[in-house]
Ligand binder design. Structure first.
Ligand SMILES: Cc1cc2nc3c(=O)[nH]c(=O)nc-3n(C[C@H](O)[C@H](O)[C@H](O)COP(=O)(O)O)c2cc1C
Length: 219
């Protein structure tokens, strides 16, 4: 699979088969993703990948903890404005439509949201972390690492879902993850083989038209 195919095929998958990818394959994906560029070649990512009992223990600890919001854990700015507000709304509606969950059924929506805390049933849970003293440019570097990881996974027949959801678990999972200070969880990634029979995996998110966000001059 070439890079364009991986870009086209990657999408967020939220239901997985129980079969775990091999340790060799996960190692290869995590390591090759570190080919990502980073400002000054700082490579400011630190990665913890868990499966089996190691993952189960952390998920158990998460289920018993009270996650805390802090400045970096917020997924979006408050009072999100246009066009981002509508895009976010449309994305949420499209997701719940795949499951036939109407807007009024808050309980069912919350139940679906809670699956984040199980890595959506993925056999591998990855925590991509960053030294919290780092600034926005290094968060950008970690984003490049994330995209590289997800593309490598796709190219190897695996599926992923990035999960900012895990940011608020930094303090409650510090001990179970053996995450040293001053690292913070930047993003979780669910990794495994896609359950192609799951309705939620029919979701294909659209993209805004090129003209809406790009300008080309002087060509
Ligand atoms: C940094 C980041 C954090 C995300 N956090 C979550 C999350 O916590 N839960 C979730 O279900 N999806 C999460 N997503 C997935 C996005 O919702 C998804 O990428 C977006 O809707 C576009 O869909 P696509 O990935 O299928 O192209 C995240 C994506 C990114 C890049």
């Amino acid at each position: 699979m070439d890079i364009s195919q991986a870009l086209q095929q990657r999408r967020s998958v939220r239901a997985f088969l129980p079969q775990a990818p091999s340790a060799v394959l996960v190692h290869e994906i995590l390591e090759s993703a570190a080919c990502a560029a980073s400002g000054g070649n700082l490579q400011p990512w630190r990665v913890i990948a868990l499966t089996g009992d190691s993952l189960a223990q952390v998920l158990q600890a998460a289920s018993e903890s009270n996650p805390q919001e802090y400045a970096h854990s917020m997924s979006y700015p408050a009072n999100l404005w246009e066009p981002y507000r509508s895009r976010r709304f449309a994305n949420g509606e499209a997701l719940y439509r795949t499951l036939d969950i109407p807007r009024e059924d808050k309980a069912a929506r919350l139940q679906q949201l809670a699956k984040n805390a199980q890595f959506f049933g993925a056999p591998v849970g990855i925590f991509v972390c960053i030294d919290e003293r780092m600034g926005d440019p290094q968060w950008m570097d970690v984003g490049l690492y994330l995209q590289s990881l997800m593309l490598q996974a796709t190219a190897n027949g695996l599926a992923t879902c990035a999960q900012g959801f895990w940011r608020k678990y930094t303090e409650t999972l510090r001990e179970p993850l053996a995450l040293p200070q001053p690292y913070t969880i930047a993003c979780g990634v669910a990794l495994g083989y896609e359950d192609t029979t799951a309705p939620i995996n029919t979701l294909v998110s659209g993209r805004a038209p090129f003209e809406e966000w790009a300008t080309m001059r002087g060509f």
